[in-house]
Write a protein that binds this ligand. Structure first.
Ligand SMILES: Cc1cc2nc3c(=O)[nH]c(=O)nc-3n(C[C@H](O)[C@H](O)[C@H](O)COP(=O)(O)OP(=O)(O)OC[C@H]3O[C@@H](n4cnc5c(N)ncnc54)[C@H](O)[C@@H]3O)c2cc1C
Length: 263
């Protein structure tokens, strides 16, 4: 099937893009998810606002202990080292395992978050890293913690007239330990259970369990999980409703492997 006819807009300023979206246009980034939605006619916008020509849409800026990553930064750029330091190593390893290189060449970190597929990698990983979403709307920028950004399946905390402009992640010390484990039935497929653990000396360890058909489950203090992964993984997974037995088992395994990775 082919998309229904739509107008194509190429805003050059964020304020112009926000006006278009506020008037009902659909934002377009790498179109790796939007393309199929259009082709299947699950989305039939009258206008697509192509974000790729906006100022500072892609790229990484380091300032004051924080890395600001433009929403249009592709998974491939992150894989190739666009993000410096320890957090860059962690993010490159995550990016490398998103889909296939052709998808990573076009798919963007902002598009992935805004799309809010519960199984998407950045949806799981960025809350674990303590990231912040930078939204841009008619009143300028708004900061939203990524722990509460994805509200449900394909649902985010962005207002209908807001765009995701960037994400911010903290600079991490070289001693930060990271564990990330996801279960895909075959290489390049979306995950059926993802877990991440971040342990930074002097701070409480944080963990995330995700890809379970709902928003990510963020464990702000994962000390108990690190102390007794088998018992705590089982307790945490039992709090997630509606999982089949095999999914529970895979989710527990994901949490245990993520703890091992961060050990
Ligand atoms: C075959 C295949 C396999 C994949 N496997 C994986 C995988 O294993 N893991 C994974 O995480 N992802 C996977 N993906 C998804 C891919 O990683 C893309 O990141 C994701 O599709 C969205 O990014 P995009 O830039 O292409 O956004 P688009 O497809 O252009 O947009 C997606 C949605 O977000 C909105 N949007 C885009 N940018 C913004 C913005 N800045 N502000 C507000 N709204 C915005 C659009 O309006 C649209 O609703 C896969 C995709 C394909 C095609």
């Amino acid at each position: 099937m082919k998309p229904a006819a739509f107008d194509y807009a190429r805003p050059k300023e964020w304020s112009e893009a926000v006006k278009l979206v506020g008037a009902g246009a659909r934002a377009g980034a790498g179109t790796q998810s939007l393309g199929p939605l259009l082709n299947l006619r699950l989305s039939q916008p009258s206008t697509i606002a192509d974000l790729r020509h906006l100022p500072n849409y892609a790229g990484v800026i380091v300032a004051g202990g924080v890395l600001r990553i433009g929403a249009g930064t592709t998974h491939a750029a992150i894989e190739d080292g666009a993000v410096p330091g320890r957090i860059g190593e962690i993010m490159a390893a995550v990016a490398r395992r998103i889909a296939y290189r052709p998808v990573r060449n076009r798919g963007t970190i902002g598009g992935s978050l805004a799309h809010a597929d519960p199984a998407a990698d950045w949806v799981a990983v960025l809350p674990a890293l303590g990231g912040t979403a930078i939204a841009f709307g008619p009143n300028g920028e708004r900061r939203l913690p990524l722990t509460g950004f994805v509200l449900g399946i394909f649902e985010t905390a962005l207002a209908p007239d807001e765009l995701l402009r960037a994400v911010e992640v903290p600079v991490l010390p070289a001693t930060a330990k990271w564990g990330h484990w996801k279960f895909c039935r075959k290489v390049g497929e979306f995950s059926k259970a993802t877990a991440c653990v971040l342990s930074v000396p002097g701070a409480k360890p944080r963990a995330v369990l995700a890809a379970l058909d709902g928003p990510p489950l963020v464990i702000e203090d994962a000390s108990a999980l690190l102390a007794d992964p088998v018992r705590e993984a089982s307790r945490v997974v039992a709090t997630v409703e509606g999982l089949s037995p095999w999914r529970r088992s895979v989710a527990e395994t994901a949490l245990r492997h993520a703890v091992e990775g961060a050990a």
